[in-house]
Design a protein around this ligand. Structure first.
Ligand code: NAD
Length: 261
């Protein structure tokens, strides 16, 4: 049960791509949404855009790699809406390269952004958001098909996303009797600003054009195309519903058939 009957979702990285589509999906389902990103102006303009469409939205600037920001973010959502029912750990970054040449900075930053943040956010929300005490909650972690299979030149990314899948399965079992479900959604190739940066990276490694990389990637996807952010958001929208109460400790692909386990 929620305090006032309307559920509250905290979404990390809600200003762009998949996170923005998730915020729009959940707000359309009448959840109150609280978002973050590192850039305060991006957060303000996104929140304004959501409010102009009649949605109940708020947010603050926060870097999910930093414990003090995580505390500020979760505290801000509780201060704004009184409680948290849904946590979507979406914020993430790409990154990698030829493994022997990866710097410490890139390795640790990809792991901090994609994996350690998921632990910090989840622990804070479990302690402050009172999901378990309220007997109802949803945690959805945006992993990747790269969390189930290797991504060439993406060792830190793939390692982090495998970690997110493992974390999700373990916590899903731990909370199974509490009314709080924990699942991962594993997108394949999704057309977002991050996907564009990924294509730029591979174009540089292979010394070819970005269009050439796009063609190669599309050829690998059984559906023959990238997924849309809204298609990933649709799965999140289902997982946070009451109907999805028996779906927990799963890692579900939204990937045009790219991964099939
Ligand atoms: P995006 O770059 O379009 O958006 C990322 C969002 O996260 C932005 O709002 C950004 O501001 C925020 N963010 C990044 N680092 C942050 C930090 N340290 N603190 C706070 N906010 C931060 O990326 P996207 O493609 O929408 O990716 C969203 C998630 O989906 C990521 O976890 C990514 O790994 C995953 N994913 C994306 C794809 C894809 O093809 N686009 C595929 C598989 C998984």
């Amino acid at each position: 049960m929620t305090v006032n009957g309307q559920r509250v979702a905290l979404i990390t990285g809600g200003t762009s791509g998949i996170g923005l589509a998730i915020a729009e999906n959940l707000a359309s389902q009448k959840l109150k949404v609280f978002i973050c990103a590192r850039n305060g102006e991006a957060v303000s303009s996104t929140v304004t855009g959501l409010r102009e469409r009649g949605f109940d939205a708020a947010g603050i600037a926060a870097d999910i790699r930093r414990l003090e920001d995580v505390r500020k973010l979760v505290g801000g959502a509780v201060e704004q809406y009184g409680h948290i029912d849904v946590l979507v750990n979406n914020a993430g970054r790409s990154g990698g390269g030829v493994t022997a040449e990866i710097s410490d900075d890139v390795w640790y930053d990809v792991i901090d952004t994609n994996l350690n943040s998921v632990f910090l956010m989840t622990r804070e929300v479990l302690n402050t958001g009172k999901l378990v005490q309220n007997g109802w909650g949803r945690i959805v972690n945006i992993a990747s098909t790269g969390g189930k299979q290797g991504v060439i030149f993406g060792a830190p990314y793939s390692a982090a996303k495998h970690g997110v899948v493992g974390f999700t399965k373990a916590l899903g079992l731990e909370l199974a009797k509490t009314g709080v479900t924990v699942n991962a959604v594993c997108p394949g190739y999704v057309e977002t600003p991050l996907a564009e940066r990924v294509r730029q990276g591979y174009a540089a490694y292979y010394n070819v054009t970005e269009d050439n990389i796009l063609e190669r990637f599309q050829a690998k996807i059984p559906l023959g195309r990238y997924s849309a952010p809204e298609e990933v958001a649709g799965m999140v929208g289902y997982l946070v519903s009451d109907t999805a109460a028996s779906v927990t400790a799963q890692a579900i692909n939204v990937c045009g058939g790219l991964g099939n386990y």
